[in-house]
Design a protein around this ligand. Structure first.
Ligand code: DX5
Ligand code: ZN
Length: 211
């Protein structure tokens, strides 16, 4: 079944708890947490304390944490302590290998993400250490951008490299292009605006699950 991981970056920042509750009640499989440091990407978002508070309030869902940080190794423990179930770091970031090793030491599911212009070839040596690869279908930093379709061929390239884990895509995804992503071999869809601005979010979940 294709999974839906809504990005709370697109939710009302004054009502994050209600947004997360709505996503869970709508049947979403995960919650996508976009953590940005204003250096790796030109935006600044949530810290571990927001994740910790949400996990304590709403424990019954997978927390899919996407670190868009320079030196992500510095934040592996704080986000693992806060309750991340999946922790994804960018292959382009300084200290990627050290971050990946620490995520695995902590027993948290390990993800690697690549920006649109980064070839997945850079992951060849570590595919055996990854539970998930997150393909950025937009230039990371902001929601509401347009999907870059050329990224989709990376899913097949990952399989050719022997990657057997989950492939997730992130950026510019909605119910209108979800089928195209599924057909490309992508099993987990991140949706920010495509979910939180939908007229009927539950219907979006139903359609994604039916793919
Ligand atoms: C962008 C983030 C994405 C973004 C998705 O840097 O990683 O998760 O929030 O938002 P939409 O679905 O609106 O492109
Ligand atoms: Zn993201």
């Amino acid at each position: 079944m294709t999974k839906l991981s809504p990005s709370i970056l697109a939710a009302d920042p004054l009502r994050l708890g209600q947004a997360a509750r709505m996503a869970i009640e709508a049947g979403c499989d995960e919650l996508h947490f976009d953590v940005m440091d204003g250096h790796f990407v030109p935006n600044l978002t949530f810290g571990p304390h927001i994740l910790k508070a949400m996990k304590q309030e709403l424990p019954g869902i997978v927390y899919d944490v996407h670190l868009m940080l320079d030196n992500p190794a510095d934040f592996v423990d704080p986000f693992c302590d806060a309750g991340a179930d999946i922790l994804t770091v960018h292959a382009e970031a300084e200290g990627f290998d050290r971050a990946l090793a620490r995520i695995r030491e902590r027993g948290v599911q390990a993800g690697a993400s690549v920006r649109p212009a980064t070839p997945v070839e850079c992951l060849r040596a570590v595919v055996g250490q990854l539970d998930r690869v997150l393909l950025m279908t937009v230039n990371p930093g902001f929601g509401g951008q347009k999907l870059i379709p050329e990224v989709l061929e990376k899913a097949g390239q990952l399989r050719e490299m022997g990657f057997a884990g989950e492939i997730e895509a992130d950026g510019g995804i909605s119910e209108n292009n979800a089928a195209m992503l599924r057909e490309a071999g992508i099993g987990v869809l991140v949706m920010g605006t495509g979910f939180f601005r939908a007229n009927d979010p539950s219907e979006v979940v139903r359609r994604v699950h039916a793919l």
